[in-house]
Design a protein around this ligand. Structure first.
Ligand SMILES: [Zn+2]
Length: 263
């Protein structure tokens, strides 16, 4: 059976193993510097999801992605399509509740855009409350942060948005769409602060202030794409796929528990 949800017939959905983990990638359509296209988060998120499906074809189904996210703070850069957080939570939970209605019991909301992280956390929690099924959210870089740091060339601050991590993976997947020669390093790491630095693999964000993107980045980049290369991108992507596959297997093994009303 195909792992591509959109290619299933209704009879195949009816007969499907409902303990397959249904993966829903939620991404964004937004600026990724002068060196990468608007669809970066979707291309990378779906590469991870489809990589998991190739590694575990009997254990998952992959939904068509939601290619828009919570990113109004990027709108000074042309091309950004932003969704209000309330709308996105409602949209995502309509998808998850539809899946629950059809009998699926295990969903992974796979995030590939930073500012969707709290949105998908809340969406997963709402799904659990409203349906009783298992719904997990994860941002894929968090699953493989240690392995990113084994392979990266950039210093701390080099992996945030359109930096080494994303540029290297996109260059591995579709080199014709990545123009590293147009990129510039925008490493904003500030050793003077203990709370406000952001590197996707080296922590930060203990306290959160999300400024307008145009206030902090001249060209949409945050990080260092200048050191990105496709060979390292392949290593990053392999790590992301392997760790997400491991997560999927843990989700499949989670027990379905029973509530008990103590009134
Ligand atoms: Zn991105």
């Amino acid at each position: 059976m195909t792992t591509d949800y959109g290619k299933l017939t209704w009879e195949e959905v009816r007969d499907a193993d409902k303990d397959r983990v249904v993966i829903l990638n939620v991404s964004a359509t937004e600026d990724h510097g002068p060196h990468m296209p608007l669809d970066t988060d979707t291309v990378l998120g779906m590469a991870v999801a489809n990589g998991v499906a190739a590694a575990a074809p009997d254990e998952v189904l992959v939904m068509p992605p939601i290619a828009y996210g919570f990113n109004e703070h990027h709108k000074d850069f042309p091309g950004v399509i932003w969704i209000q957080p309330e709308t996105l939570i409602a949209f995502v939970t309509d998808v998850t509740k539809s899946l629950a209605h059809h009998g699926f019991r295990r969903i992974l909301l796979l995030n590939s855009h930073g500012s969707n992280h709290p949105i998908l956390d809340l969406s997963a929690r709402k799904t659990v409350i409203e349906t009783g099924i298992i719904c997990v959210s994860a941002s894929y870089w968090n699953l493989c942060a240690d392995r990113i740091n084994e392979h990266r060339k950039s210093d701390i601050g080099g992996i945030a948005h359109a930096g080494e991590f994303e540029a290297a993976m996109y260059a591995h997947l579709q080199p014709e769409h990545v123009h590293i020669e147009k990129s510039a390093a925008q490493n904003l790491h500030d050793p003077q602060t203990n709370f406000f630095n952001l590197d996707l693999a080296m922590g930060g964000g203990k306290a959160m202030l999300m400024r307008w993107w145009s206030e902090v980045s001249p060209d949409g980049t945050m990080g260092d794409p200048t050191v990105a290369d496709p060979e390292t991108g392949k290593l990053f992507l392999t790590a992301a796929i392997e760790e997400t596959t491991a997560l999927v297997r843990e989700i499949r093994a989670l027990p379905i528990l029973a509530r008990k009303d103590h009134h």
